[in-house]
Design a protein around this ligand. Structure first.
Ligand SMILES: O=C(O)CCC(=O)C1=CC=C[C@@H](O)[C@@H]1C(=O)O
Ligand SMILES: [Mg+2]
Length: 370
């Protein structure tokens, strides 16, 4: 691949609307954009999806920046990289730090696809020309605000609506949603806010005909989830608990959940995501592409991986305008009739607005690879 350098940019972007989950509220994204360059000057782009604080997982923007500078990028210097799969092999000795690793690997995948003159979707083995789009709605202070947001999402044509829940904003709120929207494809995401002591709550939620309950229990658990799944009909979807193909295999063997949220950054990159997609597809297990409030760069990666057969359910890949007054890519990601067209151009298939990227960059560093 004639990789010559990797550049890591840190930037802060303000979100259009605050996003509240059981572990906090985000109003800005403090994120890293990674650029992989080859000797012809072609650039591949990746995005580090960690939040500003280590509250979704153990990674945060600052820990990823250090991991990239101190441990990840030095391992790529003078290394033989002929295919993006080589990146996860080279980085395997580094434990976890998945979001940091995924940001570099994603940039190399985009660069490789551009070098081959094919779309990232094609490079990954995608088959769909459009992907179904879901929307993730943060916790709203009142039921009226939530019902308004759900109504707008139904009106906009989203193929699935995900509603965040947390203790105190859960059962009665969801009963109100179901009274207003009895037939819509609706799921909840608890972001690990509950324990097995809340079994009664889940038995009541089980009556609401939800598509799934995402990550109800601890972020690093697959045993308690097994007990909860045995007690309710509603499929449990695992998000935070799944960091690798092995985690997914063990969780499915145990019966800890019936659906997997595949988040490229959480599992360490596209190569590992492909392995999990294959496991789910061959096991007849539903999977979908989770989101991390990405800019258009990370969103483009998500659209590409969501085009594979094994991504059977709508993902958290809502259009750019849902998150940003102006996105880092052109054209922006748009949705029609609840679907996003999968780009056919080389790599991500969107152009990165380099002047905007540079203007938002607060700090950057470049590592020469040879
Ligand atoms: O719209 C999106 O990008 C998905 C947003 C979303 O649901 C999440 C983003 C980041 C971390 C979590 O809070 C949550 C999730 O668990 O999926
Ligand atoms: Mg989730």
């Amino acid at each position: 691949m004639n990789l010559t350098s990797i550049t890591v940019r840190r930037l802060t972007t303000e979100m259009l609307t605050p996003f509240t989950t059981s572990f906090g509220t985000q109003t800005h994204r403090d994120l890293l954009i990674v650029e992989a360059r080859d000797d012809a000057g072609t650039v591949g782009y990746g995005e580090c999806v960690a939040g500003a604080e280590p509250t979704y997982s153990e990674e945060a923007t600052s820990t990823c920046e250090v991991a990239l500078a101190e441990y990840v990028l030095p391992r790529l210097q003078n290394a033989a990289v002929e295919h993006p799969d080589d990146i996860s092999t080279l980085l395997h000795p580094i434990k976890r730090n998945n979001m940091a690793k995924a940001s570099v690997e994603g940039a190399v995948w985009d660069l490789w696809a551009k070098q081959q003159g094919i779309s990232l979707s094609q490079a990954l083995g995608g088959t769909k020309s459009r992907v179904d789009v879901g929307l993730s709605i943060g916790i709203k202070p009142t039921d009226a605000e939530l019902l308004q947001a759900v109504g707008e999402a139904v009106e906009a044509g989203y193929r699935r609506i995900k509603i965040k829940i947390a203790p105190g904003r859960d059962l009665e709120m969801m009963r109100a949603v179901r009274r207003e929207f009895p037939d819509e494809a609706i799921m909840v995401d608890a972001n690990s806010a509950y324990t097995l002591d809340d079994a009664q709550l889940f038995a009541a939620l089980d009556e609401l005909n939800l598509m799934m309950i995402e990550q109800p229990l601890a972020h690093d658990d697959i045993v308690d989830h097994r007990h909860l799944q045995a007690a309710i009909r509603t499929p449990i979807c695992l998000d935070e608990s799944i960091h690798s193909l092995d985690d997914a295999r063990k969780a499915l063997e145990l019966g800890s959940g019936k659906i997997i949220n595949i988040k490229v950054g959480r599992v360490g990159g596209l190569t590992e995501s492909l392995k999990i997609e294959q496991l789910c597809r061959e096991s007849g297990v539903d999977a979908w592409c989770g989101g991390m409030l990405e800019t258009g760069i990370g969103r483009a990666h998500n659209v590409a991986i969501a085009s594979l057969d094994g991504f059977t359910l709508p993902g958290d890949t809502a259009p750019s305008a849902r998150y940003w007054a102006e996105d880092l890519i052109t054209p922006e990601v748009t949705m029609h009739n609840g679907q996003i067209e999968v780009p056919t151009g080389p790599g991500l298939g969107y152009e990165v607005k380099t002047a905007m990227l540079e203007s938002l960059t607060t700090q950057e560093f470049t590592v020469q690879l040879r």
